[in-house]
Design a protein around this ligand. Structure first.
Ligand SMILES: [Zn+2]
Length: 93
């Protein structure tokens, strides 16, 4: 069971949250100009690192706000959480 800290509500059990996939995936500037392969890459292809990974989570049973969590995919340890308007701690994506 993960203990995830919502930036607005504090630490809560993972059952209060909904997973939203990889964080920091920017919407294309002009999606109509993308090829089918580029669009498929934007929609379906995500990083799959072993180690720290920035993910989107939504506090569905609490404040219903989206935020980002930096989680180690090898240990499931939640390293930190931060608001969407804040940069990823430690740089990278
Ligand atoms: Zn919350």
């Amino acid at each position: 069971m993960l203990l995830i800290t919502c930036p607005w509500c504090g630490p809560r059990n993972e059952t209060e949250y909904r997973y939203g996939g990889q964080a920091h995936v920017p919407y294309p500037d002009s999606p109509a100009d993308l090829s089918d392969e580029q669009w498929a890459e934007y929609v379906f292809y995500r990083d799959n690192p072993k180690g720290p990974f920035a993910e989107r989570w939504m506090h569905s049973i609490g404040c219903r706000r989206w935020f980002n969590v930096l989680r180690d995919t090898a240990t499931h340890e939640v390293l930190t959480s931060y608001r969407p308007d804040e940069p990823r701690p430690g740089g990278n994506r």
